[in-house]
Ligand binder design. Structure first.
Ligand code: PEP
Ligand code: MG
Length: 547
């Protein structure tokens, strides 16, 4: 039997499953008998203990997990929530019930907001479970303990669960819920653990059942045959070898170079990326400087951040993306209007054009950093639709002192008009995450349509080919910076379609480097030609695998 989900990362794992324990039972709604002040005090103590525990877990885990756990600790101390709990206790509920209802109301509000906020509802639910467990004096539900390695199966994983996973024990993660951007997915990627999310039927598996979890295909093979286990073990060994291989520059088997770059979200990630052999940065997401702020940071503080980033890559290429606010990355001071469909709304370059001073400040700060360092800075705009918008951005970038200015290909219209766009832009970088979302009309944040979010779809590949051909004709680079570049076989196909560089989460560099080294350019073009003719994403993947 096989279950299908959405794979995250490249790995394969084989082992027995263990399921996450059931959540705590819902607190009863019997009226409160204790004094309200005592009851409320108890809740405050529990909230403080949970916040301290989450912060401590964050300290121990470090990195991205720390940010997520700190955010959860803040949720536990949110005055809106504590006020709501107090009011419910005053109205006759027990502390446990008041916590349950107040957190649930907040969660429903987040779910109603959709997108990124809805995915944070799981984090809030986890905080509520921890607080209720603290009030009951029982351990918070969490990852099961085991002396031997296992594949963890859960409805969804909260950041507190994933942050401290014992990587010697947890071979892979399988969740029923969650899309490609859920915390399970984000953390699995950063820790390089195979994960498959959105697997219907996963929770029906019995503890101890052996599975092969193949993140590359998103397939969970239940009770695999001896051959299937042997095949999985061979792939696990190959992957280990790839991780241990020397850090050479990206190249195909015939020596055709394909620079391997890193996707970064903060200058602090630079050292880790360099250690994994990143030859530069192909996508620096600048949102981290803006998220959570009520107004845009000053030119000076942005200059300092960009200078820090560029100083980590002397003489190397660093592609920085202008602020991409909206939809999955909302920012109060840029996206203030209510929109029914924010992914189709005023986001990316469209939002920046409305508030041009924010864009001017950012580009000025980037030009300052360029002047102060030796890195080769390239700057690009997100969510660009056509040559007219390209001209606007390129003109403004040059006016403010930038030398290499390009655009991202995320909206299908831009790919269709690639020749016009490349007449003006110095380069194009393909954001396959959004390009897939818009080509397939499937919200990338929504688990129910996650199967459409597959960059192997021939419709997406044909658009990449239009871009690759236009780049070759204009003699200009066309890089890839979406998640697709982190899929080793797809990375080869993308090179066959004309991609000149590949940028990815640093954890994926080793796998992609190895796969590239086993194909010539001619073979990559053959794989690409096969994939382009396939009728579905699955068929394209199968056609490329069969060659
Ligand atoms: C993309 O859309 O592929 C991309 C790289 O940008 P982001 O994931 O930040 O939207
Ligand atoms: Mg994007």
């Amino acid at each position: 039997m096989a279950l299908q989900g959405v794979g995250v990362g490249r790995g394969v794992a084989v082992g027995p499953i263990l399921r996450m324990p059931e959540p705590l039972p819902e607190p009863g709604s019997d009226p409160r008998t204790a004094d309200p002040a005592v009851e409320y005090d108890g809740v405050l103590t529990a909230l403080a203990a949970v916040a301290t525990d989450l912060t401590a877990r964050g300290e121990k885990a470090g990195g991205e997990a720390k940010d997520v756990l700190d955010a959860q600790a803040l949720m536990a101390q949110d005055p809106t929530l504590t006020d709501d709990v107090k009011e419910r206790i005053d109205n006759g509920l027990t502390g446990e019930r008041a916590v349950f209802e107040a957190f649930q109301a907040f969660q429903e509000m987040l779910i109603g907001m959709g997108g990124y906020m809805a995915e944070r509802a799981t984090d809030l639910g986890d905080v509520a479970q921890r607080v209720i467990a603290a009030l009951r004096g029982v351990p918070a539900p969490g990852v099961p303990e085991s002396d031997t390695p296992f594949v963890l199966v859960a409805p969804d994983l909260a950041p507190a669960d994933t942050a401290l996973l014992d990587l010697d024990k947890v071979l892979a993660l399988i969740t029923r819920d969650g899309g490609p951007t859920s915390h399970t997915a984000i953390l699995a990627r950063s820790k390089s653990i195979p994960a498959i999310v959105g697997v219907t039927g996963a929770l029906d598996l019995v503890d101890g059942t052996v599975v092969v979890a193949d993140a590359a295909t998103g397939v969970v093979t239940v009770d695999p045959s001896a051959d299937e286990v042997a095949d999985a073990e061979r792939r696990i060994a190959d992957r280990k070898a790839a991780q241990a291989a020397p850090l050479t520059d990206g190249a195909l088997a015939d020596g055709h170079t394909v620079p391997l770059l890193a996707n970064l979200g903060s200058p602090d990630e630079a050292a880790g990326a360099i250690a994994l052999g990143a030859e530069g940065v192909g996508l620096f997401r600048t949102e981290f400087l803006f998220l959570g702020n009520t107004k845009a940071p000053s030119v000076e503080s942005q200059t300092a951040s960009y200078t820090k980033l560029l100083e980590a890559f002397p003489g190397k290429k660093v592609v920085v993306r202008a602020l991409d606010a909206g939809a999955d990355k909302p920012l109060a001071f840029l996206n203030d209007a209510h929109e029914e469909n924010p992914a189709l709304g005023l986001r990316g370059l469209r939002a920046l054009r409305e508030k041009e001073q924010i864009l001017r400040d950012q580009l000025t700060a980037l030009a300052n950093a360029q002047a102060a360092t030796t890195a080769d800075l390239w700057v690009m705009a997100p969510m660009v639709s056509d040559a007219d918008e390209t001209e606007y951005f390129v003109r403004l970038g040059r006016e403010l002192g930038l030398t290499t200015v390009g655009v991202m290909a995320e909206v299908p219209s831009l790919a269709v008009l690639a020749d016009q766009v490349l007449a003006t832009a110095d380069f194009v970088s393909v954001g396959t995450n959004d390009l897939t979302q818009y080509t397939m009309a499937a919200d990338r944040m929504l688990g129910s349509v996650a199967s459409y979010q597959d960059p192997w779809h021939p419709a997406v590949l044909r658009l990449v080919k239009l871009l690759g051909d236009a780049g070759a004709a204009a003699g200009k680079p066309v890089g890839i910076c979406g998640e697709a570049a982190a899929d080793p076989l797809l990375a080869v196909v993308l090179v066959g379609l004309g991609a000149t560089t590949l940028s990815m989460t640093p954890a994926a560099l080793a796998d992609v480097r190895l796969e590239l080294s086993t194909h010539t350019l001619e073979q990559a073009r053959e794989l690409a030609a096969k994939a382009l003719q396939a009728p579905t994403a699955a068929a394209a993947r199968a056609a490329a695998t069969a060659v």
